[in-house]
Design a protein around this ligand. Structure first.
Ligand SMILES: [Zn+2]
Length: 765
């Protein structure tokens, strides 16, 4: 039985949650978007859905799909797409494979050698292991490399630049180290790998090496594979270095589907997402001789990894020679699209996807998520056999080419953009999955809904709702504010989505409400990420041996899809959106003041000679240049728009409360009108002009950081302009976001009118 929080009471100044134990299912609180009877029926259906999920199926599918390397363009990638399509068909879905023709470079030449102070040639190979049955499939494995690096033959002195972030180069500059004309070596982690060569090139480096430091995912983290789960000395991380914060998808067809007749950019076009300098990933056994040969200043404490050396910054005696040459092939990408038509609102689409391609065998990434999609589709197929039909259309998708540039999802979303903007009501994503805690990122209109889902899925290890473990972890491990909120706020907060998986084209390009679901934190998977050791053998020892969390993911995403498909009206909550936007506005307002103070402080220290007084005369140090003072920003337009948004939100919630006792929301016409109004709340957050210098990204609330990649930047236009001290641009972006929020408030007002039954006519399709 489930345990549910029912109320909060204040005792001795502490908020304590009371629990009502063992509530009978029929007495659970109604679900968002359903009345009481509808909620009971829905929960009964979900129990039946769960009963069709079999861990043996999950295990068999993973074994089959990860049996051979299946990267984009490979023979087994196509076989997997056909196998997945045949499963969907056998379960009764209207299934098609959609093909796109996309750029996928593979290496012809990879040479990395140190020419001074002594000769060393990097091996650039991961050896097969007897304990790992698929690790020896040499002829089908992609070598260790970074896709979308340019060709290059460069020789230069080596400099160590930590994670290769902006601040790391500022730190080097303060020590008088200039990377112009040099090759930089940076470590994996902390940011998306594609921004590392981007920032290196902006600072004038001519080549970039990315290595896996044992501190981050090797022996410092735990025992290494095959004894333990973590990265061994020869393990290396493949991966895309496309400039994905610029645009996602095939580098040659931004904004349009990569169909055979699509107009393509030239490979030499400076506006593509290819890197500007050659870049290559290496293992720590290949990195050690290079880092050992570095001289120059000792690296700052926080830059030091776990190799048995003193980390130096260079440059100096260590000289590298890097040669990379690629075949810039066009290869087919195969998306599998399986549809089940809705009985009442067939033109409202719920899309559920995961990618099927991997870098090598990819048991964890992506098959651990893909098998959940299969289990969900199989269960839905079983439900259909009992006579049930979803009210709205459900579409299951298995994407190709995610690893290169979110290619399959992006090309599909771009090809069907107009139809998706009219019809899609939700995109549900997953990618990799392992034992542990639910983690959720997504549109904040979905926050309340997904908390309800988490209250109804049982954690396989603790037999409590996954919501309870999610909350307990925030209380124990979170900041003071996380702790207070986890205890007092009815809903756990969900993360804002940046990038790194297939939700990006749906949310950030098209403005479709999206959610990303995964379990993890206990299963150990980081150490084999994008290596030949991400295998069935590794997964079943270290990630989720019993496939319990694969089943939990299927039950979580399955509920998400089923509730959206069956609800009287779309279960979106505007109050969670408004609450979150208010926080973001507070954050950027504070950021503006903090940046302005930091500039003033720096300039004052330059004027007062403070840097020079502190500097050690035996070490080289450079005083940073003075900067013009910040221009004060006027946040009033954002505050006014927020006030309007808050008022509209209160009106909508009040109207919905009043309507809950009337029969109006049971009318099909009202439901359709309300869905249409609610769906367009997320669309209203999109501005067709897009973000500065990256018009493909159109969502004004969420984007991947231009210089961080995976991590979300919220209110990105305003926030990044402030971070980059572009004060005029920040002022422009404040006005744009303010009008976006006004538009969103009007859209909420439209939904309110529908709920009240006042003055809204159906839209002519
Ligand atoms: Zn993945």
């Amino acid at each position: 039985m489930r345990i549910r929080p029912v109320q909060f009471v204040l005792i001795l100044g502490l908020c304590i949650t009371l629990y009502a134990q063992k509530e009978p299912a029929g007495q659970q609180s109604p679900l968002l978007g359903f009345d009481r009877d509808g909620s009971s029926r829905e929960r009964a259906l979900e129990k039946q859905f769960d009963s069709f999920i079999k861990k043996d199926d999950l295990r068999d599918w993973m074994k089959r799909l990860s049996a051979r390397p299946h990267h984009l363009g490979s023979a087994y990638d196509k076989e997997n797409a056909e196998f997945i399509a045949s499963l969907f068909r056998s379960w009764g879905f209207d299934t098609a494979i959609e093909r796109f023709d996309v750029l996928f470079p593979t290496p012809k030449t990879r040479i990395l050698e140190m020419t001074a102070p002594q000769k060393f040639v990097a091996k650039l190979e991961e050896p097969a292991l007897p304990q790992d049955a698929t690790s020896g499939q040499r002829s089908e494995q992609l070598p260790v490399y970074n896709a979308y690096s340019v060709n290059g033959d460069v020789t230069g002195e080596l400099v160590y630049a930590n994670y290769g972030n902006q601040q790391d180069y500022e730190e080097l500059a303060r020590r008088g180290i200039d990377v112009r004309g040099k090759i930089v070596i940076v470590r994996y982690g902390n940011s998306f790998r594609g921004v590392k060569p981007k920032i290196a090139a902006e600072h004038g480096a001519i080549g970039c090496i990315i290595y896996s430091d044992p501190r981050d995912d090797g022996y410092f983290a735990g025992d290494v594979y095959p004894q333990g789960a973590w990265r061994n000395e020869m393990g290396a991380q493949r991966g895309s270095v496309a400039d994905l914060p610029l645009y996602a998808g095939d580098p040659l067809t931004p904004g349009i589907g990569a169909t055979p007749d699509a107009k393509r950019l030239d490979l030499k076009d400076p506006g593509t997402t290819l890197t500007k300098i050659p870049v290559l990933p290496i293992s720590y056994s290949d990195a050690l001789p290079l880092l050992r040969a570095l001289d120059g200043p000792v690296a700052p404490t926080s830059w030091r990894g776990a190799l048995p050396i003193t980390y130096h910054l260079g440059p100096g005696k260590a000289v590298l020679h890097l040669v990379l040459e690629f075949d810039f092939n066009t290869v087919p990408a195969y998306d599998v699209i399986a549809q089940l038509r809705g009985s009442e609102f067939p033109d409202e689409w719920i899309i559920r996807g995961n990618h099927h391609d991997a870098w090598v065998n990819g048991a964890e990434d992506p098959i651990s998520g893909m098998i959940a999609v299969l289990a969900e589709a199989q269960s839905v197929g079983q439900l259909v056999k009992t006579g049930w039909r979803p009210r709205r259309t459900i579409i299951y998708c298995a994407w190709d080419g995610e690893e290169q540039a979110l290619i399959g999802s992006t090309e599909w979303a771009e090809s069907h953009a107009a139809e998706l903007q009219r019809k899609a009501v939700l995109y549900v994503n997953s990618d990799n999955n392992a034992r542990g805690f639910l983690s959720v990122g997504g549109s904040h209109t979905l926050e309340k809904f997904i908390n309800d889902v988490a209250r109804d899925v049982l954690d396989p290890e603790k037999q409590v709702p996954v919501f309870e473990r999610w909350r307990a972890r925030a209380i124990l491990e979170g900041s003071a504010e996380n702790r207070r909120e986890a205890r007092d706020r009815p809903d756990m907060r969900i993360a804002a989505l940046g990038s790194g998986s297939d939700y990006t084209p749906f949310l950030q390009h098209l403005g479709i409400p999206s959610v990303d679901l995964r379990y993890g934190g206990e299963g150990e998977t980081d150490g084999v990420y994008h290596s030949i050791y991400d295998s069935f053998d590794h997964y079943t020892r270290f990630a989720d041996p019993g496939f319990h969390y694969a089943a939990a993911l299927a039950m979580t995403a399955g509920r998400t899809v089923l509730r959206f498909a069956n609800a009287d009206y779309l279960p979106l909550s505007v109050s969670n959106l408004t609450d979150t936007v208010a926080r973001y506005i507070t954050e950027v307002t504070k950021l503006s003041k903090d940046e302005s103070d930091a500039i003033a402080e720096k300039n004052r220290n330059i004027d007062n000679n403070t840097y020079d007084l502190v500097a050690d005369p035996t070490q080289r140090s450079v005083t940073p240049p003075k900067e013009p003072p910040a221009t004060g920003l006027n946040f009033t337009p954002l505050q006014n728009a927020l006030t309007r948004l808050q008022q509209s939100t209160r009106n909508y919630d009040a109207a919905l409360r009043d309507a809950s006792t009337s029969t109006r929301l049971k009318s099909r016409d009202t439901q359709q009108l309300l869905d249409s109004a609610l769906r367009q709340i997320e669309t209203a957050l999109v501005d067709e002009r897009g973000l500065p210098r990256r018009p493909w990204f159109k969502h004004m609330i969420y984007a991947p950081g231009f210089y961080t990649g995976y991590g979300a930047k919220t209110l990105p236009g305003v926030r990044e302009a402030i971070e980059q001290h572009k004060w005029n641009e920040a002022a422009e972006q404040i006005a744009i976001v303010a009008s976006t929020l006004e538009r969103t408030a009007s859209q909420i007002d439209r939904a309110t009118s529908v709920v009240k039954g006042t003055g809204v006519r159906p839209l002519v399709p």
